[in-house]
Ligand binder design. Structure first.
Ligand code: TXA
Ligand code: MG
Length: 312
């Protein structure tokens, strides 16, 4: 299917991707159509192993190589100088390219059998919640995808951490499945914290990862009161009940008990947002976890889900 220019949804450890042959500009442009994504948004090229890195990029700094060797396969994406093999269609016209090796047996088997690189954004409509099951992909993309490989539930649940390795110092463009602390431990020095408000590259718009319901963030201790007020005002309220409050009675349309473990929270996050949409909520009230470890990626996605929506 990939060799014929088709679109194949594939499981990864983070979220499902919508894959195409990275070296086939026509197939790559079909990804943008299927997602409703503007063509200047760069994609991630998925490869089968760290040893293939130099086939796709140029000028790999030592620090980037260290990270690749340490964290691949895994939820880390490195932005490097584009190699000639990568068409500009895949990078949205940029001279840099994002590359990663996914840590999922089905994705790795596909990459190994195919032999090339697979460009894959998350397999959702542009701006909406990323899919963490094959069913999410089918529901969201339907006939726009030629084939869906079902590899079960994604184990990490939030997207990869994106590290920009094109400048003199490394920086995190998007927090994700590999924590800042883990990266710093391997590098031996601190990394710049991502500013959530910054819209630096295409694809980093304020509203992203968003369910249909409006998302409002409040302090954890206000979640129960705000939910009751909004419900009394006539909203169908969905609540992300903080782990510390689980057991507290809540007046709302639907309640999700937030897991105490950040790994479990990350794994469940997108499913929770979809579930509250499905239950007919028009408003979701949540609070941010502590922004350390995986909490940094979770808070980043919640902020973006709560961000200003484009007016139609
Ligand atoms: O976990 C993941 O990374 C998933 C799975 C499928 O691998 N993929 C994913 O792709 O999240 P997508 O397209 O939804 O997000 C890719 C992000 C975008 O925010 C894009 O702006 C950024 O990567 N990106 C891609 N190429 C870039 C580049 N050359 N420079 C800066 N950012 C880049
Ligand atoms: Mg995405």
């Amino acid at each position: 299917m990939l060799r014929a220019g088709g679109l194949v949804a594939l499981p990864t450890e983070t979220v499902y991707g919508l894959g195409a042959n990275a070296e086939d500009p026509v197939a790559v442009s079909r990804i943008f159509q299927a997602k409703g994504r503007p063509p200047n948004h760069p994609l991630i090229v998925h490869i089968g192993g760290a040893e293939q890195l130099d086939e796709w990029v140029e000028d790999v700094p030592e620090a980037a190589r260290l990270l690749a060797e340490h964290f691949w396969p895994g939820p880390l994406t490195l932005v490097l100088r584009r190699g000639r093999r990568v068409p500009l269609e895949a990078t949205g016209g940029l001279e840099t390219v994002a590359v990663r090796v996914p840590d999922h047996p089905v994705a790795l088997a596909l990459l190994s059998a195919f032999g090339g690189g697979v460009t894959a954004p998350s397999a959702n409509r542009f701006g909406s919640v990323s899919p963490t099951t094959a069913d999410h992909v089918r529901t969201e993309l339907g006939d726009a995808v030629d084939f869906v490989l079902d590899g079960g539930d994604c184990q990490v649940g939030v997207e990869s951490t994106i590290v920009d390795a094109t400048g003199d110092t490394l920086s995190i463009l998007r927090p994700g499945g590999v924590t800042r602390e883990d990266l710093e431990a391997v590098l031996g020095h601190p990394l710049a914290v991502p500013a959530t408000s910054r819209v630096r590259v295409p694809g980093q718009h304020p509203s992203h990862y968003a369910p249909s319901a409006r998302v409002v963030l409040v302090e954890p201790e206000k979640v129960v009161d705000e939910a009751r007020l909004a419900q009394e005002l006539g909203h169908q309220v969905g609540v992300f009940l903080p782990a510390s409050l689980v057991g507290t009675p809540v007046k709302a349309h639907a309640v999700v008990a937030v897991p105490a473990s950040m790994a479990a929270y990350a794994r469940g996050l997108y499913g929770f947002l979809r579930e509250l949409d499905q239950q007919g909520c028009d408003l979701i009230i949540a609070s941010l976890p502590a922004e350390e470890g995986l909490g940094l990626a979770i808070a980043n996605r919640l902020r973006r889900a709560a961000g200003p929506r484009p007016t139609v």
